[in-house]
Design a protein around this ligand. Structure first.
Ligand SMILES: Nc1ncnc2c1ncn2[C@@H]1O[C@H](COP(=O)(O)OP(=O)(O)OP(=O)(O)O)[C@@H](O)[C@H]1O
Length: 564
């Protein structure tokens, strides 16, 4: 009999130990699985967020604080989103075990089952606390971005020299610290308010726990329960507390994820609304050219328009130069031609049809160019050039042609492994000078061989005099490859502007003059004044603004020899 009892105890201990071991193993396994799956979903989600954001064809939103704030929160909250399903499953599982504990309590004394219902108070408190925290995060989003930008400015290589010479890093760092203090103060306040609600919720539950123990003690006194029941109730009520805590914790994570889902859905809706509908593709070649038909444009949130009622014809196959003082609207006009923004009035027409009737992607595919803030891709040199036409990224011959067309052969020859050299010192690559980067950017612009619009927005700002001369020799007098493409040149250098077929002068967002160099010089207007102003700065002897047709001597850097 005693032996049987001993065997029974041993079996019970063995089963208990096995069960305990299994729970431990499963706990570890589920934790590892959660992290593994979470990371995979997080990677996929981050990719989806970036693809959605990068797929928006226009750029107005990039200057929209609401868009940037939401995108920033989305990127930082993608982990919450990735593990949301897991948290939801955990919340449900604990809710079920919570109900089971309630049933057990009800077995002891039916009224004790009500303890389960009291879980609603910590849940409500937590819900309210989450709302405070989320509101604080939303309200601080812009400051967080600002703080990060300042921080990156202070520690990054991009503006290191200027910051050191001006000793402004300390000032910027101080501003970043102030912003961070403001953000943490707001979030701490939200945390505090939330904690008061959470505490209130838990106090309600603890009051219920105390009441339950008091109730069962009364039952013991009345002889309707045993002291063992008191211990069981205390143990079940404590277990219930942990279960409620787990439900609250997981529901909070689900609520956070729900908030992030809101941003995600907003981004998708926004991207869908901006997507260019399937319309007609642009023609293979331009017959007439590109027309600006009463185009006006005001940047979102700006008080004054950047462009006003522009009527302009950019004839097919011609080179058109845009000139004007800083802020006159040259780059804005280029952005409208590229379809980055839509005009607020009027229309851009391609061979007479509004740009809006064409598929934006097909228009972009027939554009190329170099912009003021051209990119310095830290890739292999051939990729840095090749991304100008991604479809031919790996075509060495196309890349070599583009390099030679941009007169960037010397840059490539100076690289240790030629076109296979990794560029950019931050990735163990080679750095090149600003002018050399610009030559590579020019080569990139040449990857598309039959563009309908080629934009050269200050393409020679970093080039030496000879490189600039060669650039305009090859670009300005380039045949249009049979596409009737328009070359649009934006420059402050009048020596380069004068070779254009048509020169357009902007002032305060208005078109004030247009014509050939000779015609504009003869008319003695804004262009002639600006031209002579620049020419005088280079001339050995002063020239008078009134002396029409006075141009500096060949070879003085203003009038390259090729201009004659
Ligand atoms: N993103 C923007 N948001 C609001 N206003 C802008 C924006 N970009 C430019 N502007 C304003 O639009 C006007 C025209 O600017 P734009 O950049 O087109 O001039 P620009 O002629 O190209 O000047 P620059 O010669 O200095 O390059 C300016 O008054 C400028 O302040």
């Amino acid at each position: 009999m005693a032996a049987d009892r001993g065997a029974g105890i041993a079996l019970a201990v063995a089963v208990g130990a096995l069960a305990h071991g299994a729970v431990l193993v499963m706990f570890r396994a589920q934790n590892t699985l959660r992290v593994y799956l979470g990371e995979r979903v997080d990677t996929a989600l981050s990719g989806e967020i970036l693809t959605t954001a990068a797929g928006i064809p226009t750029i107005a939103h990039l200057e929209h604080p609401e868009y940037l704030d939401r995108l920033d929160q989305l990127r930082r909250g993608s982990w919450a989103l990735a593990t949301a399903l897991w948290s939801m499953a955990a919340a449900l599982a604990t809710a079920v075990s919570l109900v089971l504990s309630g049933v057990l309590l009800g077995e002891i004394y039916p009224a004790l089952a009500a303890l389960c219902v009291l879980a609603v108070f910590p849940l409500l408190g937590s819900h309210r606390a989450s709302r405070y925290r989320q509101a604080a995060r939303d309200a601080s989003a812009q400051q967080v971005r600002q703080e990060r930008r300042l921080h990156e400015l202070c520690v990054g290589a991009e503006h290191a020299e200027e910051l050191r010479i001006s000793d402004s890093a300390r000032e910027l760092d101080g501003r970043a610290a102030r912003l961070w203090r403001e953000v943490t103060r707001r979030q701490a306040l939200a945390q505090l308010r939330g904690s008061v609600w959470e505490l209130g919720g838990w106090l309600c539950f603890v009051a219920g726990q105390v009441g339950a123990v008091w109730l069962v003690t009364q039952q013991v006194r009345a002889g309707r329960a045993t002291p063992g029941d008191v211990l069981l109730v205390i143990s079940l009520a404590t277990q219930l507390q942990w279960q409620i805590w787990a439900v609250v914790w997981n529901s909070r994570r689900v609520a956070d994820a729900g908030h992030i889902v809101g941003h995600f859905m907003w981004l998708r809706r926004y991207a869908r609304a901006q997507r260019s509908p399937q319309r007609r593709p642009v023609p293979q070649r331009l017959q007439r050219g590109i027309t600006l038909d009463g185009v006006s444009f005001r940047y979102p949130g700006a008080e004054a328009p950047a462009l006003r009622d522009i009527h302009l014809e950019l004839p097919a196959g011609k080179t058109v130069a845009l000139v004007g003082v800083n802020g006159s609207g040259k780059t804005t006009l280029v952005k409208l031609l590229a379809g980055m923004y839509e005009p607020t009035a009027g229309a851009v027409r391609i061979d007479g049809r509004p740009l809006a009737e064409y598929t934006l992607d097909s228009w972009r595919a027939r554009m190329s160019g170099i912009f003021q803030d051209y990119a310095q891709f830290h890739l292999l040199a051939r990729e840095t050039v090749g991304v100008g036409d991604v479809a031919r990224l790996r075509e060495r011959s196309a890349v070599a042609r583009a390099v030679s067309g941009a007169d960037a052969g010397g840059v490539v020859a100076s690289l240790p492994a030629g076109l296979d050299t990794q560029l950019g010192p931050t990735f163990d690559g080679v750095d090149v000078s600003l002018g050399q980067w610009q030559k590579l950017a020019l080569a990139r612009a040449l990857m598309r061989e039959r563009p309908l619009l080629m934009v050269l927005d200050e393409p020679s700002a970093a080039l030496d005099a000879k490189a600039e001369h060669d650039l305009y020799e090859s670009f300005g007098r380039r045949p249009d490859a049979g596409s009737g493409g328009v070359t649009l040149l934006v420059s402050h250098r009048f020596s380069t502007v004068r070779m254009a077929d048509l020169i357009v002068v902007l002032d305060g967002g208005r078109l004030v003059e247009k014509g050939s160099h000779e015609a504009l010089m003869a008319s003695g207007g804004v262009y002639a004044d600006l031209y002579r102003l620049q020419a005088n700065a280079y001339a050995d002897r002063p020239t008078t603004a009134g002396a029409a047709g006075t141009v500096p001597r060949t070879g003085d850097g203003l009038t390259p020899a090729h201009n004659g």
